[in-house]
Design a protein around this ligand. Structure first.
Ligand code: NHR
Ligand code: GAR
Length: 208
């Protein structure tokens, strides 16, 4: 049985989609813990209601990123995860941390990388007049939003869209794509090489 630890900062709807898919599809994996850097994160209640261990490591209680990441690592490692999943986790991680979980840490970013790394991606895409936007699942490296791409989802932008309508359209696809990508990882169906990720069954890594 593979062990998965999920990091969140807020709502946790992607975490919820992963928890539900893992149970419904009977993955050979369990969600060992859900950890938040924000004490009030809504996703913590969902996890607890589903019998999943929860923890809070509040970044505000630490003097710097190194100290926060060290404590986060200590709490994570108690669950011996095979995979660490960032699901709406909002703190930039130090190189020591990303190195420790290299090739076994995934993130979902709400843009078609390499476009719009960082924050406020939908607002920036609307400002640029983009006609398509999307989301990307990638391995996490020290360089923000630059790790190897596992899967991407694309959605059209409508003339009347605002940040809320656009992020809702993208989120629907995130909820399909992220559980699938996590399942591929836990079942050993992803191969990393030369900075690229291959799905070993030849299944499409694009979602529309
Ligand atoms: N850390 C590393 N090293 N590499 C990545 O690819 C990471 C990462 C940490 C988080 C998620 C990410 C995203 O998908 C992620 C990828 C937070 C920020 C940010 O600027 C940027 C990107 C992402 C998450 N955070 C502010 C900070 O100072 C705080 C913002 C807040 O608390 O609301 O850490 O977009
Ligand atoms: C998702 O859209 C995710 O792609 C994005 O935040 C939302 C989290 O929603 N992630 C980031 O912006 C990471 N910086 P959720 O908490 O309901 O999963």
């Amino acid at each position: 049985m593979k062990s998965i630890v999920i990091l969140i900062s807020g709502r946790g709807s992607n975490m919820e989609a992963i928890v539900r898919a893992c149970a419904a599809e009977g993955w050979g994996a369990r969600i060992a813990a859900v950890i938040s850097n924000r004490p009030g994160a809504a996703g913590l209640a969902f996890a607890a209601e589903h019998g999943i261990a929860t923890a809070v490591v509040d970044h505000k209680a630490f003097a710097g990123r190194e100290a926060f990441d060290a404590e986060l690592q200590r709490v994570i490692d108690a669950y011996g995860p095979d995979l660490l999943v960032l699901a709406g986790f909002m703190r930039i991680l130090t190189p020591a941390f990303t190195h420790r979980y290299a090739e076994r840490m995934l993130n979902i970013h709400p843009s078609l990388l390499p476009a719009f790394t960082g924050l406020h991606t939908h607002a920036r895409a609307l400002e640029m007049g983009c006609k398509f936007v999307g989301a990307t699942v990638h391995f996490v490296t020290a360089e923000l939003d630059h790790g190897a791409i596992v899967a991407q989802a694309v959605v059209p932008v409508k003339a009347e869209d605002d940040e809320a309508s656009l992020s809702a359209r993208v989120l629907k696809l995130e909820h399909r794509m992220y559980p699938q990508a996590v399942r591929w990882f836990v079942e050993g169906r992803l191969q990393l090489g030369g900075g690229l990720v291959r799905q070993l069954d030849g299944v499409s890594q694009s979602f529309i």
